[in-house]
Design a protein around this ligand. Structure first.
Ligand code: DLL
Length: 449
């Protein structure tokens, strides 16, 4: 007897599997038509149910029915993270809150995080997109996925979990951290697949080596790594250290999380799930669309999300779109690895951090002077962040114990907002370098991973 999931799974040309073969290999022309049909439905939903979009579209004099081809997309308004924050928590929902069965939020945001809601149908689509991602790496029922992405409001843990269950493999919801236990469970349970950030994968690889474990002692065959930038050089090291194929996966909370882009075993860029997301590259200065192959900012429009449709969402990620066909047989465009951002967002151990969030905390503490510097570095493969702050003379007159207490209190106030540990260094007045132009608030000493 075949199970429902085995009926889905057919071999691709790269050694992986299709989860939804028809959708994943849809001829370009049909894919384009499907996108326009879904785009119109999305615009209608947004126009009818989200006052923000009704106003924006009315201002531009665009009606959902006016969009008939891809060229019309450039007439549609953009959406930014600020728009989402301004409508916190549920003002961008197109569905009544009662129909929203899940809410996630972006990592590490201060004040108002950006929230994302899913109807039951949205979760269903998400599950299939992650199942596609896992299948592309050859994962099938019978495999065991150790899911070391963080569970909680972050979309990584629960997203991968949902897709693994949809696919029908065994999922171990171990979440992040506790390296000793990760390595034990990996061997005891026989994990054939791993999901976590690339930096954590490398950390696990080093920890395994330090304990005398060779890659062949680990049962892994494939890993799904993303949520932060990484290079092909790191891929080679992770693969050698863990004995797995290390595949890149991309997504962002605003688009519903991972599942937006994923690599097949050709490892030649991430296939964009184009039947559910319309991808564009724009020039971040002029906001004009750029042709495939040019580096620019990635912009997405959701094509099937019901609870929270987003039109031309500016991801701030800089990359290129690759239109040439992939050897695996999938027909979608691929996105290159993001090479940077068009804003100042830092990604520290997978958590998104805006320097302004740290500034807000610091500036709320009276004894701290308005001079600070955020120093980001890497210890092994893990990011570390230090916040150097200038404090008034009076602070240094305190006892050692008082100073330490003050320092710990600043650390914990930053932790409360960002959810990441950082080391606070108290500096004497006028010791942080002043700049004649823009203040250099962030010193990022990390080399590309
Ligand atoms: O990082 C969703 C995710 C979870 C993706 C698990 C992959 C795996 P956010 O926390 O909202 O969502 O962060 C989104 O992270 O705009 C990129 O700047 C960055 N990012 C995500 N994946 C990659 C990747 C999740 N593969 C932001 N390569 C995005 C480079 C990535 N950067």
């Amino acid at each position: 007897m075949t199970t429902a999931s085995e009926e889905h799974l057919t071999k691709d040309a790269a050694g992986g599997l299709y989860w939804q073969p028809a959708a994943e290999t849809l001829p370009t022309r049909q894919l384009g038509d499907l996108q326009i049909e879904r785009l119109r439905a999305t615009l209608e939903n947004a126009y009818e149910n989200v006052p923000f979009y009704r106003k924006k579209l009315d201002e531009l004099g665009v009606k959902p029915g006016d969009v008939t081809c891809h060229g019309d997309v450039a007439d549609l308004p953009f959406t930014t993270k600020i728009d989402l924050r301004d409508h916190y928590p549920f003002g961008m929902f197109a569905s009544p809150r009662e129909d929203v069965v899940r809410v996630h939020a972006s990592s590490g945001t201060t004040g108002n995080p950006t929230t994302v809601g899913y109807t039951r149908g949205d979760l269903d689509v998400w599950a299939d997109l992650i199942a596609r991602t896992l299948a592309a790496g050859g994962v099938a029922p019978g495999d065991l996925l150790q899911n070391a992405f963080g569970y909680g409001l972050f979309t990584g843990g629960l997203g991968l979990h949902l897709g693994a269950e949809r696919l029908g493999c065994t999922v171990v919801p171990i979440s992040g951290g506790n390296t000793e236990r990760q390595l034990k469970i990996m061997r005891d349970f026989g994990a054939t697949a791993l999901s976590c950030t690339p930096s954590y994968a490398m950390y696990l690889a080093d920890a395994a080596r330090d304990r005398g474990l060779r890659p062949e002692d680990l049962p892994l065959r494939v890993g799904f790594h993303g949520a932060e930038p990484w290079t092909n050089e790191l891929r080679v090291q992770i693969e050698a250290g863990l004995g797995e194929h290390a595949l890149d996966i991309y997504g962002l909370s605003e688009m519903g999380g991972p599942g937006v882009g994923y690599e097949c075993l050709c490892k030649a860029g991430m296939h964009v799930s184009e039947d559910h997301y319309l991808a564009e590259i724009i020039d971040p200065e002029t906001l004009r669309p750029l042709p495939y192959g040019e580096v620019g900012e990635l912009v997405f429009t959701t094509l099937s999300r019901v609870a929270q449709p987003l039109i031309r969402y500016r991801t701030r990620d800089l990359c290129t779109l690759i239109a040439e066909p992939c050897a695996c047989g999938r027909t979608s465009v691929r996105m290159s690895k993001p090479i940077g951002r068009s804003d100042d967002m830092l990604i520290i151990r997978g958590v998104n951090v805006f320097p302004s969030q740290i500034e807000e905390v610091l500036m709320s503490i009276p004894s701290i002077e308005p001079h600070y510097q955020i120093v980001v570095d890497r210890k092994g493969y893990l990011d570390i962040i230090e916040v150097w702050v200038e404090v008034g003379e009076d602070i240094f007159a305190e006892t050692m114990g008082d100073l330490e207490r003050f320092q710990r209190s600043v650390q914990s106030q930053i932790y409360n907002v960002l959810n990441i540990q950082c080391a606070v260094k108290l500096k004497e007045p006028k010791t942080i370098q002043r700049s004649e132009g823009k203040a250099v608030r962030v010193v990022d000493r990390r080399k590309a991973l």
